[in-house]
Design a protein around this ligand. Structure first.
Ligand SMILES: [Zn+2]
Length: 268
């Protein structure tokens, strides 16, 4: 099993590298329509169909019901499906099919796994990530800057950092103003299963419900809410709120927060 995940991880890395090289040739263009046109891809919108790429027709179908930031991600995701077929003259698809056959896995599932990270590579290009890593030491601020620069969701920016930081556990959540966990991100499979959506609202007394100041990096100690905090052990966390989005991004297990001035929290 170990070698399977190793082989897949290697393929994922190589595909991401190939996407990044291709994107560099396009000047890291973030305008999806310009990229699609240059590839001769037909793009149609649908109110009812889910977004998808149809290789036989070189066509991307986009669900028009998605929010603007979600759309940016979806478009790049579908574009990465196209590129999976076409980069290196189809060598990636051939490798996916060989690997799927050898491991008795559906090639479709493997392709989806590759394109999940691939879409993020195109939506938040590598040089932009490298740039914020050089300028900011803190994940919450890095994610905020990436989300603003690339006009994507906070969760996508957080996930991009998690994708690229393999040597440490990166995970956290995005909260709405009313304390609902709207999204989660992470580079650890068991943590990435964090429950989100309506019905996953933090208790009013939890430290993460405090009113954070717009665009100010906050360091504090608080227990990870819900099932990951059975022991209710306070962890170092960092957060940053964006009033315009009405959302706060929170990183758990923030080693960078150790020794930093803590935000005084309301008493629990
Ligand atoms: Zn897909």
């Amino acid at each position: 099993m170990k070698s399977e995940s190793f082989e897949i991880a290697a393929l994922e890395d190589e595909f991401q590298d190939a996407l990044s090289r291709w994107h560099a040739e396009q000047g890291y263009q973030l305008d999806f329509m310009a990229l699609a046109q240059a590839r001769g891809i037909e793009v149609i919108e649908s109110e009812t169909a889910p977004s998808l790429y149809i290789h036989a027709k070189r066509r991307i179908v986009l669900n028009s019901g998605e929010g603007v930031r979600r759309q940016r991600h979806t478009r790049m995701h579908e574009l990465s499906h196209h590129l999976l077929y076409e980069l290196d003259e189809g060598a990636f698809v051939q490798r996916v099919e060989r690997l799927a056959h050898a491991r008795a896995r559906a090639a479709k599932d493997l392709m989806e796994q590759l394109c999940k990270r691939g879409g993020r590579e195109l939506a938040v290009p590598r040089p932009f990530v490298n740039d914020v890593f050089l300028r900011c030491p803190d994940d919450a601020e890095r994610a905020m800057k990436l989300a603003i620069r690339c006009k994507v969701s906070l969760a996508l920016a957080g996930q991009r950092i998690a994708d690229l930081e393999r040597s440490r556990a990166v995970w956290g959540v995005v909260l709405s103003k009313s304390g609902i966990v709207v999204d989660c991100f992470g580079n650890d499979v068991k943590n990435a299963k964090y429950k989100t959506g309506v019905g996953h609202q933090l208790p009013y007394i939890h430290a993460l419900r405090q009113p954070f100041t717009h665009m100010r990096l906050e360091f504090f100690r608080a227990p990870i809410p819900f099932k990951f905090s059975k022991k209710q052990m306070p962890r170092h966390m960092q957060a940053m709120a964006d009033e315009l989005r009405g959302q706060t991004i929170v990183f758990f297990n923030s080693r960078a927060a150790v020794g930093r001035a803590m935000t005084p929290l309301f008493e629990l």
